[in-house]
Write a protein that binds this ligand. Sequence first.
Ligand code: SF4
Length: 308
Amino acid sequence: MKQIIIAQHYGFCMGVKRAIAIAEETAGSNGSVTILNEIVHNEAIVEKFRREGVGQSFSLEDVKEGTLIISAHGASPEVFRKAEERGLKVVDATCPLVIRIHKIVKKLAENGYHVLHLGDDKHDETIGIMGHAPDKVTVIPTLDALEALGPIDGKLAMTSQTTARVSDFVEVERRAKEKYPQIEIFNTICNATNQRQAAIMDLAPKVDMMLVVGSESSANSKRLAQISKAICGIAYLINSPDDIRSGWFEYSDKKIDVVGLSAGASTPDFLIDGAIAKLQEIGGGEVEVVYPEKRMAKNRLALADDDD
Ligand code: SF4
């Protein structure tokens, strides 16, 4: 291996940084603090809060007292209402771009629209969005789900999960317009997702192998790995640097000279730096690291957000 090229956009997004900062500040307050679901979908971050004594629950019913933090993915109004009824103090760390979708969907429903939402129906974000307009949202996880729908009369709109694959959205949008000419489209994929996917599409054709650092639970990380695999042919989603195997380089059919590296929006910098160090170790220390033009290696961590 001679070179590691880092994607132009990778790692923490605005919404994740904000949610972690809110959770850290809240964790420092008195009394018991519980995060509902995962604050962001990254195992290292979830574990960090566990170590610091912050509770985590996947069920509101299990939270008896104290402060409840709503994760970056948001929740339905019913969750807020029930939490307050139980006497919990609620701290909302929902990403503003998810709140934007809540508002769009709510307003559409109030104005008589039915909404087709491109997303994973088991994802926290989708569940929260559905809760803002009960019975007015139909989740379509795939193009096939759209095809399976029968005729729909009346006002119709389409939205999407913030982390949907851009090419999937384009395809579903095209077919939805054919099938339901009255449909109004709201592209609610967030900027961070757009930028990270575009950066992968730019980088993956130029490298021999792509690595994406991110957890299995992270929808946007998995998407980046899928896109990488489709373009580059060899791509791995790694949860941590320890997942990188030297065998991937030794036994590959293709000579691996250049590795492309990216990370999901919920992946902390220390895991990305760890992956770079592990790759350099495997490459025998003679590996050049090419950072995006605007980011110098030595001050990479300190650079301000300019992309999302
Ligand atoms: S991926 Fe997008 S919607 Fe999700 S937290 Fe980040 S900025 Fe917000």
